[in-house]
Design a protein around this ligand. Structure first.
Ligand code: UTP
Length: 413
């Protein structure tokens, strides 16, 4: 589309400020702006702003029920080994890929650069990417087959991520075994509903949340490529849990054994009101209910053994059958809104300014669970497998993660 059409379109949606500096741009910059504006889904952005101004969030009054869970923490050694061996065999046949979601901006951590390049302060100074790669090397050696590794980046950190791997010789995992793909981006807005500019010729965009995963895989043509490699299962995790068991054979054995097409790890919350989403069924379908949404009497409910009935916390660690993952790429999910400090271009001067309460939009992967007939929940021990790096200090920080990592991985710090 050329300038007149795009300008008209922007005007129709009250977004003509995007062209405030057009006349002073170079030809190259004009091209960048026109491409950016062409890629905006104005209808979607308008709907999102309407949702924002409609203060009453729609929450479906559907029945909440517990979801069955398999408790790996109370399994006997023999059963754990049986599941582990079963998973290891499937891994050895090259049927499962590992996928790390590393498209986030890590704003809380305040690290400049991709979060995966962060050094949590181990004696070896291994980055989060290298920690995950070490896990993959170990399990690949056991399985006798290199687990293919897919890394979701965003347009903001893609180049830096790839360069980091190149500089580190792909941690000797083999370039051919690692695939990077960028996730979809979505424009950010101010409180008046203006789509923002990052500078005079670029729309301000942010990654569209971890829920953008399946559509981004599809856009990159990766489902087909995975199938060509014989991959039929995808292990999924975030970049910031430095205790994640990469391509965990026991978890895979659970998927194979249970007959579920999707499985999720959980651990039991520590307090009734812990600020974390928990697994449940809603309207008969698996889902995660946020701590803000769950009625207090359900949050406090315990079973006969004294365990929270709604206590299985979402760890952001899953395995999906590839066909199911692909089908979720087509599902229309709803965006969640995050109020964030944003750096953007002033519409009058083009200078960079900080907006304290801008709007970013994110999809959450667990919203797709309601499309599944079943979800196998696999309960693990928190202290063995969960050490997230979200903040520079304090709770869920590099400090706490380092301590936990060193306690578990005594010989390879
Ligand atoms: P978080 O929700 O903790 O976000 O992501 P974040 O970007 O790491 O940190 P903050 O909130 O800005 O401080 C959980 C996981 O999901 C990935 C992140 O990279 C992390 O592994 N993620 C998040 C994406 O891949 N894309 C996104 O758009 C958002």
């Amino acid at each position: 589309m050329a300038l007149p059409e795009l300008l008209n379109k922007a005007k129709t949606f009250g977004q003509e400020k995007l062209f405030n500096f057009y006349e002073e741009l170079t030809d190259e910059q004009k091209k960048i702006l026109l491409t950016d504006v062409q890629n905006i889904d104005f209808n979607l952005m308008q709907d999102l702003f309407k949702k924002l101004t409609n203060t009453k969030e729609e929450t479906a009054e559907t029945e909440i029920a517990p979801i069955p869970c398999t408790d790996a923490t109370s399994m006997c050694e023999e059963e754990r080994k049986r599941l582990y061996d079963k998973g290891l065999q499937v891994l050895g046949e090259g049927k499962m890929a590992a996928l790390t979601m590393a498209g986030g901006q890590g704003t809380r951590l305040g690290h400049t650069g991709p979060k995966g390049t962060y050094d949590i302060g181990l004696p070896s100074h291994k980055s989060l990417f290298e920690i995950q790669c070490c896990g993959l090397k170990k399990v690949s050696a056991q399985a006798g087959c290199k687990v293919q590794w897919y890394i979701m980046t965003s347009h903001i950190n893609h180049k830096d991520t790839v360069e980091f791997f190149e500089k580190n010789n792909y941690f000797d995992y083999g370039k051919e075994n690692i695939t990077f793909f960028p996730q979809t981006m979505i424009p950010a807005m101010d409180r008046e509903g203006n789509i923002l500019l990052e500078n005079k010729y670029t729309v301000l965009k942010s990654p569209n949340g971890n829920g953008g995963l399946f559509a981004s895989l599809k856009n990159a043509g990766l489902f087909e490529k995975m199938r060509d490699k014989g991959i039929s299962r995808i292990f999924i995790c975030g970049i910031d849990n430095c205790l994640v068991k990469m391509a965990d054979p026991m978890f895979l054995g659970f998927l194979e054994d249970s007959g579920h097409k999707a499985v999720a790890k959980s651990f039991i919350k520590r307090t009734a009101d812990e600020k974390a989403g928990v697994f449940c069924r809603r309207g008969g379908k698996p889902t995660v209910i946020e701590y803000t949404e769950i009625p207090l009497e359900l949050a406090e409910l315990k079973d006969d053994a004294g365990v929270w009935v709604y206590g299985d916390t979402n760890v952001l660690n899953y395995i999906f059958d590839i066909d199911v993952a692909e089908s979720l790429a087509e599902v229309g999910m709803s965006y969640h809104i995050a109020v964030k400090k944003l750096n953007c271009a002033d519409f009058a001067t083009g200078e960079t300014v900080v907006i304290p309460n801008g709007y970013k939009f994110e999809l959450f992967l667990f919203d797709a669970f309601s499309q599944l007939d079943s979800l196998g929940v696999f309960r693990i021990e928190r202290k063995e497998e969960f050490a997230p790096v979200k903040n520079p200090t304090g709770v869920d920080s590099a400090e706490s993660a380092r301590e936990m990592y060193m306690a578990i991985h005594k010989e390879e710090n």
